[in-house]
Structure formats: C-alpha cells, structure tokens
Design a protein around this ligand. Structure first.
Ligand code: AMO
Length: 453
C-alpha cells in the first residue's frame, strides 16, 4: 500500500520505511545495481535497487524498463552532497529498495520521450505516450492552470458558470464554417461558439461564463486553426460599452498570469515562458488607425480591408511591444458589415462596431465587444445581414423580455497557451488536436502506415 507520493519524499523523513507507486521514467544500470527514476502525479524520485537488499524481488527489477508501473518499498536515504539533484523537490533523497512489485507492464517504447526532435505527426500519433514526457506534462498542467485562473477570477467577480449546448440550430458566428449534424429531425449544427446561449444567460444571472469545446469547419489546416478548440467565454450585463469588457479582460489576464506563476512556476521554466508585459491599461487602437499606421510605416495600403491579415497582426504586435511596452493590444471598431449580427454598432460611426480583437504577441487570441440588447435593433441587424429572424426566434425571446446593455468575449485557450509559451504551432498546445487530416491518428498514406506496422 502506497504510503507516500514520490514528490513528498524529502530529508525530513530520512531513515523512514516508505512504499511508493509510479512509472519507471528512466533506468540506469551500474553493474548489478539498478537506478530507477520513479514518477507519479506529485514528482520524481530516484530508487536504488541492489540484489542483496531485494532478494527474490530483484528478478522483477531485471525485467523493467521505461513506463512499467511498479510498487516499491524501501528506506529513504540522504543522497551524498555531490549527488543532490536540485531540480527536484525530492532531489536530496533516494529510496533504497527492499521490496519490488510490477503493477503493469509496458511494451518497449517506440520512441525516446526525452527526444525534442520528434516531428509533429509522430508526436501526435503517439500522444497517449508522448503526453507523458516531462515537457508536455508541464504544458498541459499550465493549460489546466489557465482554465483554473479564468474560473477563479470570474467566480470572484460574481459570475455564474453554466454549460452551453453543443448541438445547436442556428450558426452564431455566420453561416460559413459549421459542421452539420444530420441525425436529428431538425436542422442542426455543432456549436461554433456558445454566443447565443451566453447572451440568453445574461438575462438569467447577469454575469456568466462557460468553458467548453466549440467546432469550426476550417477549410485549411494552419498553425493557428483547429477544427475543435476550447473557448473561454464570458458575458455580462449592465455595461457602458466595450471598454468595460476590455478592462475586465485586462484584469482577468493579470490574474491568470499571477496564478500561473504561483502554482506552476516549475512547469513554466521548462518552456520559454517570459512574463508578458501587461500594462495597467492595455493600449487600444481602431482598426482604421492600425491600418493607417501600417500604411505610413510600410507603404502597404490596406486601409479599406475589413480585417488585419496575420502579417499585419504581427506588425502591430511588434509595434505595441516596441512603442507601447505591451505584449497585448486591443484593435477595436471592426466594420459592421463584417462582424456577426449580434455586434453593437457605434452610433456615432455606424459603419463600425463597438467590438474588439485582442492581439497577444501579434496573434488574435480574443474577440469580444458590446452586443445589441434592444430587440428591434437586433432584428434589424439580422435583416441587414440577410438572416431570417424567424430562425432565431428562441434566442430573440431573451431580448423581448428585457435584456440589459451587455457584452462579453471569447478567448481561445490553445492560442493563449501557445503564445504564452512561445510555441509556434497551435497543435502542440492542443491536447487532442483535430484537423482535416487527423482525428487522433493521422489519415496516413499507405506507405506511412506500413512503416509503422
Ligand atoms: P471568434 O470567432 O473570433 O469569436 O473566436 C474567438 C477566439 O477563439 C479562437 N479561435 C480559434 N482557435 C483555434 N482554432 C480556430 N479555428 C479558432 N477560431 C477562433 C481565437 C479567437 O480570438 N462569439 C465570439 C466571441 C465573443 O464575441 O464573445 C467568437 O466566437 O482565439
């Protein structure tokens, strides 16, 4: 029976008998003495296996290699000063094994988990194994920390969490890019976002958030697009305008960064984490101002375009860093013609909306803004976009019966993770990425399959 986790072992319990359970991470043989690094959820510890101490159990030691799961009883010993491993919480001690059991066997590993040069496709094909590598365990601990920080902050601000449906009738973000669901009697799609439901829920709780997967039928496999991603969504009522939403996001990000640094500092060190510059107020510019700047500085005239292309996002990201000392910049006032029907129009300049994107290190990680809350205005906006209000009858009920001025945002979890850790392809920062060519396993050309068999 396990008495301690590996991470709990330290010099205060030197001399004590313990039983630990974990995976064999590495094996080193020195003649008949075998050194095993044993890993469990809490950490890693070195175990020394000597034939005289183990007796008959030494036979089991002979058999084990990486990823075997074992139970070891033994005595905690202090390591010599030269052998202390300062990277480990349990690095000052080791366990001298007295009893050894195999709990689960592992086949020989098809790849070396410490090899940083494994290509993306092989990494993804072997995810159940490659996710066990130290760097990837760290990455997804950090990602879990982002989710936790998001939730904690919003609960602290009196938001209520809800679960949004994933089978929906209407496309929230516009018709393109939806997956149809054929089985049901009604026309249905997979949700592109919880947008319509979070707005309905403002009528119920005033402040709400939800964390869940959403689906986008993206036509191309790129380094920043997935077909399924995790959206961190929030929505709240009683706002003045989109600046309230931007200010909330600024404090939310500050909370998440602090939370990560307090809880997963060791994991952050394994990646190229550099604390982002996050000023008291994140700078904000209108889309047309950004385009004018780009034209002035580079000569490229995109001043009539409805959006920034990835190169322009990068450019303005670098500008924000250099000139405004911020790794973040809000770009506001996207054209009314290009934003979804729920986006509030700037009454002083009706061609543009009170919407924003947040760029982090030159990549969009969030969209948000103020929404129409007036029933008549929302219906008119739908009609302007050639949408039939009858298709949105259910959603519109929320507006018929009193919805306050409100706004919100959607933050892409994988993009935030990737940018925070300097990862250039979003798929590395996605637990189980789906794209045109892959659901878990890549749809492989025959010669590739053969090679693996
Ligand atoms: P939008 O469609 O801009 O807005 O999405 C919000 C954020 O989600 C992330 N994202 C993606 N991440 C990975 N793969 C994709 N294919 C993908 N598409 C989007 C990005 C993006 O900034 N309802 C609005 C949000 C709102 O206004 O509240 C929406 O979904 O980080």
């Amino acid at each position: 029976m396990r008495t301690h986790t590996c991470g709990e072992l330290n010099k205060n319990i030197v001399g004590q008998e313990v039983t630990i359970v974990g995976w064999v991470q590495t094996r080193r043989d020195l003649g008949k003495i075998v050194f095993l690094d044993i890993r469990d959820r809490a950490g890693l510890v070195q175990v020394v296996c000597v034939p005289v101490d183990l007796g008959a159990d030494y036979e089991f030691v002979k058999e084990v290699h990486g990823e075997f799961v074992v139970e070891i009883s033994g005595v905690v010993n202090q390591r010599g000063p030269k052998n202390v491993n300062s990277n480990l919480a349990s690095g000052e001690v080791e366990v001298l094994a007295k009893g050894f059991k195999i709990l689960a066997k592992a086949e020989p590993l098809p790849l070396d988990l410490t090899d940083e040069k494994i290509g993306l496709d092989v990494h993804l094909d072997y995810l159940p194994l490659t996710l066990r590598a130290e760097k990837y365990r760290a990455l997804f601990k950090i990602q879990a920390g982002i989710v936790r920080g998001f939730r904690d902050y919003l609960l602290g601000q009196d938001f209520t969490e809800f679960q949004a449906p994933k089978i929906v009738a209407a496309a929230a973000e516009g018709g393109a890019g939806v997956f149809e669901v054929k089985y049901l009697k009604n026309k249905a799609t997979l949700a592109q976002s919880p947008q319509l439901y979070k707005q309905i829920m403002v009528g119920v709780f005033e402040r709400v958030f939800c964390i869940g997967n959403v689906f986008r039928a993206e036509e191309h496999a790129t380094t920043r697009h997935l077909n399924e991603y995790t959206s961190l969504d929030l929505e709240f009522g009683m706002i003045q305008d989109h600046h309230d939403v931007m200010n909330l996001e600024t404090e939310l990000l500050r909370y998440i960064l602090n939370y990560l640094e307090q809880t997963v500092a060791r994991e952050l060190k394994l990646w190229n984490y550099l604390r982002p510059e996050l000023p008291d107020r994140i700078p904000f510019l209108k889309l047309r101002e950004v385009q004018a700047l780009i034209k002035k500085e580079t000569g490229v005239d995109h001043t009539n375009e409805p959006d920034l292309d990835p190169g322009e996002e990068k450019w303005i990201g670098e500008y924000a860093k250099r000139e405004l000392h911020s790794d973040f910049i809000f770009v506001t006032h996207y054209p009314t013609a290009k934003r979804p029907m729920y986006t509030y129009v700037d009454k002083e300049d009706p061609e543009f909306t009170k919407s924003f994107d947040l760029l982090f290190r030159g990549m969009e990680i969030t969209s948000g803004g103020q929404r129409f809350n007036d029933y008549q205005e929302l219906v008119a906006s739908m009609k302007n976009k050639s949408l039939n209000p009858d298709d949105f009858q259910f959603y519109l009920e929320a507006f018929k019966y009193g919805l306050p001025p409100e706004g919100g945002l959607g933050l892409g979890l994988e993009r935030l993770t990737a940018k925070l850790l300097d990862i250039d392809n979003i798929k590395y920062a996605t637990l189980f990425p789906r794209d045109l060519n892959r659901i878990d396993l890549q749809i492989s050309p025959p010669e590739y399959k053969q090679k693996k068999d």
